[in-house]
Design a protein around this ligand. Structure first.
Ligand code: TRP
Length: 333
């Protein structure tokens, strides 16, 4: 395992996973797990920045773990763990905090957004969110980090902190790079054509991995369409393109081809297309939902998986901390 490149990624524990998360992230994790030394964790400490209700925390963490495994993530192949099970992460976070400057943290766009949205809760954890994220990655001396566009700035800061540590204390950390595993990774638009599918907004136009069959059908039948193309081979509006894309992802290739032909010769009936897509989506999401639900019922299994993952993660984290302490000069005994 140790010869392979180290990939680290954090999964938010808030909100329900949806098709955008599946095709944008999880799907790639599943391919990466074959060829990389992967550390995937639930970022439960990060979620404390917004003060979640203590009685929801465990259910959120267990659900995210169950949904990722149900989607194909294999805890035998990757280290899958909870951030809070790795005490070496907050230790490195503390060390990195001494190298992170208030000014640069205040300039981070995601911080400024959160201040604007929640002026009553501008806590220090929010300010140092990128430092904790850097610690998550550097604790494994991670080389590659699969993240979306919205996280690239955070990753740049992780590189800066790594570099600063190295120049203060000697070369220890690689500078972690954004990992675009698959350039063709798709963006899943919401079914009403307004932006992307979301963990918290647009819930009626987002398909969650936990949605029941009937709800999936209802959402798809309500997807935005129009009266159809007026001329052969017309350009597709975004919302129609999205329905075709979903069909390409979950339906048989010839089903997709048939509807595409119908679109191009103007005989398409969107009602029929959505009915077909709804059935194919139910067949795609249903088994994931069922596996995730069964696993969530089996808390002992989830606990075992997390313990196991934490053991693997801590083995590497302990090495890093020992090296970091020594580099800093904390070697008294
Ligand atoms: N900030 C990331 C997000 O909001 C989650 C995250 C936390 C993360 N720590 C990480 C991602 C480390 C990659 C690596 O999605």
């Amino acid at each position: 395992m140790s010869q392979k490149e180290v990939v680290v990624s954090g999964i938010r524990s808030t909100g329900y996973l949806h098709l955008g998360n599946y095709f944008g992230a999880i799907h790639n994790y599943i391919k990466m797990q074959e060829d990389y030394n992967c550390y995937f964790f639930v970022a439960d400490y990060h979620s404390l920045t917004t003060h979640p209700d203590p009685k929801d925390l465990k259910a959120n963490v267990f659900r995210v773990v169950a949904e990722n495994i149900a989607s194909g993530l294999d805890p035998e192949k990757v280290a899958l763990y909870a951030q809070s099970d790795i005490p070496e992460i907050p230790e490195l976070y503390l060390m990195l905090n001494m190298l992170a400057y208030k000014g640069e943290l205040e300039r981070v766009p995601t911080f400024k957004d959160k201040v604007r949205l929640n002026p009553d809760n501008v806590n220090a954890g929010l300010l140092t969110y990128p430092v904790l994220m850097a610690a998550d990655i550097l604790i494994h001396r991670g080389a590659k980090v699969p993240v979306g566009k919205d996280q690239e700035q955070h990753l740049e800061m992780a590189r800066n902190f790594a570099q600063r540590f190295n120049s203060h204390y000697g070369e220890l950390f690689p500078e972690p790079q954004v990992f675009r595993f698959d350039e063709n990774t798709v963006k899943i638009m919401s079914l009403d054509g307004n932006g992307k599918m979301s963990k918290s907004e647009n819930v009626n136009a987002t398909i969650y991995l936990s949605d029941e069959d009937e709800l999936i059908r209802k959402k798809i039948m309500k997807a935005t369409t129009d009266s159809g193309p007026q001329e052969p081979n017309s350009a597709m509006p975004d919302y129609i393109q999205n329905i075709f894309q979903l069909m390409q992802l979950v339906s048989a290739p010839d089903t997709h081809a048939t509807f595409l032909d119908a679109y191009n010769n103007c005989s398409i009936r969107y009602g029929d297309m959505k009915k077909q897509l709804a059935e194919d989506m139910v067949n795609f999401v249903g088994p994931i939902r069922e596996r995730a639900a069964a696993l969530q019922q089996d808390e002992d299994s989830i606990r075992k998986i997390l313990k196991n993952g934490a053991e693997k993660a801590r083995a590497r984290a302990a090495e890093t901390i020992a090296m970091a302490r020594k580099a800093i000069g904390i070697n008294y005994y």
